[in-house]
Design a binder for this molecule. Structure first.
Ligand SMILES: Nc1ncnc2c1ncn2[C@@H]1O[C@H](COP(=O)(O)OP(=O)(O)OP(=O)(O)O)[C@@H](O)[C@H]1O
Length: 267
């Protein structure tokens, strides 16, 4: 189910990861492969370390032990210039959106453009921001608005537009549909899938949303006991006997989210 991938087919490769906060060990001996071009859903009970894993991959959380590489390049122990070159290849939508409240939507989207392309002329920055606004399905007049003036769904789209600002190859989404109504969540999923297919993105998607897993994830990784206990399609996971996995996918909510038999996508 996991392992055995060729290095060049992998967007992310984690081996033997250990992370901790003081005495609290979050991950121990964690391995994970994310294939290029896939949407990998990451699930697990609350506090199992999904966000900490994402932060470790993008270099915001130190690793006590282990190896992490992104597109074949180690993310650990890099010098500043190398780190910047690698960071250009990913965009991140943090849990809750994490927009700067004192900046407009356009200015938020321009933050990574200023950081990575400081020489870019202001009118080009504005054009790119306007394009990203359209791309993520925000209304054109969202640009001059402040985050406090946006609905929850619009904030997520603005966060997505910022994550896509520098045309990344890899997108990290931390609970992108949390707090959205089911219609808004389905629309966000659909947009994520469209963008992933059109732009050839690899997506690392942390979620508790069973509908999202069924609708757009190619494979799902399950975190428990400080490591990834299983990775595969939902059918692969259903074939395992781990009690948490069975409860998660076959419990009342899991069953309700399963697509009807005889046709995966009826939309
Ligand atoms: N900055 C921090 N300082 C101390 N402990 C932390 C910190 N960040 C996370 N933790 C701890 O690490 C563990 C994993 O947290 P993490 O946020 O990765 O969980 P999660 O699986 O994403 O949870 P959820 O599904 O609830 O968002 C938790 O016990 C959390 O309290």
């Amino acid at each position: 189910m996991s392992g055995g991938e060729q290095g060049e087919d992998l967007a992310i490769c984690v081996r033997g990861l250990r992370t901790s906060f003081g005495d609290q060990v979050v991950h121990e001996g964690l391995d994970l492969d994310v294939r290029r071009g896939e949407i990998l859903g990451v699930v697990g009970g609350s506090g199992t370390g999904k966000s900490v894993l994402m932060r470790a991959i993008i270099g915001l959380q130190p690793a006590d032990e282990g190896e992490i590489s992104v597109f074949g390049e180690s993310t650990l122990n890099r010098d500043d210039e190398d780190t910047l070159a690698l960071r250009r290849r990913w965009g991140v939508l943090f849990q809750g959106g994490a927009l700067f409240s004192t900046l407009t939507v356009t200015e938020n989207i321009e933050v990574p453009l200023r950081e990575f392309y400081p020489q870019l002329a202001p009118h080009l920055r504005d054009e790119i921001a306007a394009y990203k606004i359209r791309m993520t399905g925000l209304p054109a007049d969202a640009g001059p608005k402040f985050p406090a003036e946006l609905s929850g769904g619009m904030k997520k789209r603005a966060g997505l537009a910022r994550a896509l600002a520098i045309d990344p190859d890899l997108l990290f989404l931390d609970e992108p549909t949390a707090g959205l109504d089911p219609i808004g969540a389905a629309a966000f999923d659909e947009r994520t899938r469209q963008l992933q297919q059109t732009l050839g993105l690899t997506v690392f998607l942390i979620t508790h949303d069973l509908d999202t897993l069924h609708a757009i994830c190619d494979r799902v990784a399950v975190l428990a006991d400080k490591r990834v206990i299983a990775v595969g399609t939902i059918d692969d996971l259903l074939a395992t006997e781990h009690p948490w996995i069975q409860e998660y996918f076959n419990g009342p909510r899991g069953r309700a989210a399963q697509p009807p038999k005889g046709g995966k996508d009826q939309r």
